[in-house]
Design a protein around this ligand. Structure first.
Ligand SMILES: Nc1ncnc2c1ncn2[C@@H]1O[C@H](COP(=O)(O)OP(=O)(O)OP(=O)(O)O)[C@@H](O)[C@H]1O
Ligand SMILES: [Mg+2]
Length: 582
């Protein structure tokens, strides 16, 4: 229960509804627990003539008869209002929890998000938040309604005890109530284990879904349809098995408690006979007992709900409490527009502790330099440039811009000074214009079009019937690889940042487009620091500084002429491509 306390803050914004719900719960509980036993003991008997009293006048009987539906109407209406208010508050809470979860995902380091299955992260954000909402609202509603009902019923029993001679009997029948706690606890323990399993199975079903949709082309190309269906069916079966197990235990609770209730009634019957109770008192006691077992059962259900909520909470807190390792420093050095000098000083980096990816990398890239990175695949080029916008944190050593350690700058200040075109650029499912505007939201339409022209994209965009208003589809799938790349380039050009990072940014272009962009680049990059990874040496040759990477180290650096003379690796890479071209 304590675990949920921090989350009751979400109830604050809906406190009016909650208080209204609490008031309704009180009315509901009292009318449910106490009204029937009291009616049976005190109101009904005088209606029937007996030795103790004569028949009641007819109009009083009518009055009493009319009071019964009224009492039930009050109970039903307050129950209804309670549920409604709780539901209304619940959806608001769900919204806040979900947005907070999403917010956290935005600030977590890239390595956290990349290391997880996206389906699982989605499932946590959708289904576990839903479960948490359900738990909080059930706690808020049944958490009050049921104990009050129980108190009402116990109150009625106490009233009966005080006004009749069978006090002992009432105490005995009450003593049976705590027995119901055993099945409640047993079932609760069983349910929680399965609840964890179920939520993680749900995550894997969503994971399969997401992965399959992302790989729609591969599935068809490699004929993986049956394999995918099989994998999905297995995941679904695992989910359903865990759901059935939860049902098996959770549904056992009602019969178990009813059995205990029946035992309670039979004990009461024997004592009633011994104590010489009258029928009305006996029936009233049985009703009060019955009315108290019902809330116990519900409170037991509450326990199950609580266990499921804890499982969901654990899965959510895995993300909500995950350390944000890449953060703003406490006292950031204020910077405006950077000049763009980049220094790596004895940088070591590893994605996972076992395997260093960058080893003792030191290099100074003066501001305004076009610096090309070359080297075999997997040598660490992308990793190197990813450290500049601080997507990852160095293991040891430091990266500095303009002589300032990256960790001394505000992340937003640093990243505002950098434009990136990544190896696999992603566009949002929006118009081309809006995608471009992401580079610099305050840009004018003219500036957007100029950037598109520089990236050799203006013409093809205009050739679409909707021009700049063409919607590009999820991740930009409705554009060709080269078109997507040019939009991504234009987006980066528009940013007009002092540091430009291009990771294979022209790899999908034909050589003519690439040449065109080369010329545009020459114009655009004057005064900027450019880090460029390209496989085509036509792009690399003109760079004023070339870094040669091999297995995580910079093994040589210089201009094309210098490296061709001095670095065997560079020469062999260059010659190999040269032969291919010829
Ligand atoms: N997110 C990641 N998590 C774990 N390991 C990674 C990750 N990204 C890259 N690696 C590993 O780090 C090493 C360097 O990868 P990197 O992407 O920097 O190579 P690269 O030089 O850019 O290669 P390419 O020319 O093929 O793009 C590789 O061995 C790769 O397997
Ligand atoms: Mg790469």
């Amino acid at each position: 229960m304590k675990r949920f306390l921090p989350y009751f803050k979400y109830l604050r914004s809906v406190r009016t509804q909650i208080w209204a719900a609490v008031a309704c719960a009180l009315v509901f509980g009292l009318t449910s627990g106490a009204s029937l036993p009291i009616l049976i003991k005190y109101v009904f008997p005088p209606i029937f003539p007996s030795a103790a009293h004569a028949a009641m006048p007819f109009f009083r009987v009518i009055l009493i008869a009319a009071a019964i539906p009224l009492a039930f109407a009050l109970r039903a209406f307050s129950g209804y209002l309670n549920s409604y208010f709780i539901q209304a508050a619940g959806v608001r809470i769900l919204e806040s929890i979900r947005v907070d979860y999403f917010r956290k995902l935005q600030i977590l380091p890239l390595s956290f998000v990349q290391g997880k299955s996206s389906g699982d992260l989605i499932s946590r954000g959708m289904s576990d938040t839903g479960q948490l909402q359900s738990t909080l609202t059930v706690l808020a509603s049944d958490g009050i309604k049921q104990p009050v009902t129980l108190l009402g019923a116990v109150g009625a029993l106490v009233l009966l005890a005080l006004t009749t001679k069978g006090v002992l009997l009432v105490l005995v029948s009450l003593a049976i109530v705590p027995l119901s706690v055993f099945p409640v606890r047993y079932v609760g323990k069983k349910v929680i284990k399965r609840a964890y399993q179920m939520q993680s199975h749900l995550g894997s079903v969503t994971g399969h879904f997401a992965e399959n949709l992302a790989a729609a082309r591969e599935v068809r190309a490699f004929g993986l349809e049956e394999r995918e269906i099989g994998r999905f069916a297995v995941a679904c079966r695992a989910l359903i098995t865990s759901q059935i197990k939860i049902a098996k235990y959770a549904q056992a609770l009602t019969p178990a408690i009813e059995f205990i209730a029946a035992a309670g009634i039979s004990v009461t019957l024997v004592f009633a006979y011994k104590a010489g109770l009258d029928l009305a008192t006996f029936v009233a006691i049985c009703t009060a007992l019955y009315m108290s077992y019902e809330p116990i059962k519900k409170i037991g259900g509450l326990n199950n709900e609580l266990q499921r909520g804890i499982a969901a909470l654990d899965r959510l807190e895995f993300v909500l409490h995950a350390p944000v390792t890449i953060t703003d420093p406490e006292h950031p050095v204020p910077v405006g527009r950077l000049r763009g000098e980049i220094c790596f000083e004895r940088v070591e980096f590893a994605y996972n502790a076992a395997e260093p990816v960058l080893r003792d990398v030191s290099v100074r890239i003066p501001a305004g330099t076009v610096c090309a990175l070359v080297g075999p695949s997997g040598a660490g080029k992308t990793t190197f440039i990813n450290l500049v916008p601080r997507f990852y944190e160095v293991g040891s050593g430091r990266v500095a811009v303009d002589g300032l350690d990256l960790r001394s700058l505000k992340l937003s200040d640093l990243r505002r000074n950098i434009a990136v075109v990544s190896q696999d650029p992603v566009l949002f499912n929006d118009t081309i214009f809006n995608n471009l505007l992401l580079g610099r939201p305050e840009a004018t339409r003219e500036e957007v079009m100029a950037a598109a022209a520089d990236a050799h994209a203006h013409e093809f965009i205009l050739s679409f019937p909707n021009g700049y208003d063409t919607v590009v589809g999820e991740r930009g799938v409705l554009l060709s690889g080269g078109q997507k790349q040019r939009v991504a380039l234009a987006r980066a050009f528009l940013r007009n940042a002092p540091i430009l990072i291009l990771d294979e940014a022209t790899s999908a272009l034909d050589s003519q487009s690439e040449q065109f962009i080369q010329e545009a680049l020459r114009k655009l990059v004057s005064g900027k620091t450019v880090l460029i990874i390209a496989h085509r040496f036509s792009t690399i040759r003109d760079a004023s500084l070339i870094l040669v990477f091999e297995r995580g180290s910079i093994v040589a650096q210089g201009t094309h002429a210098e490296l061709y003379a001095a670095s065997p690796l560079y020469r062999s890479l260059y010659d190999r491509q040269h032969q291919q071209v010829v």
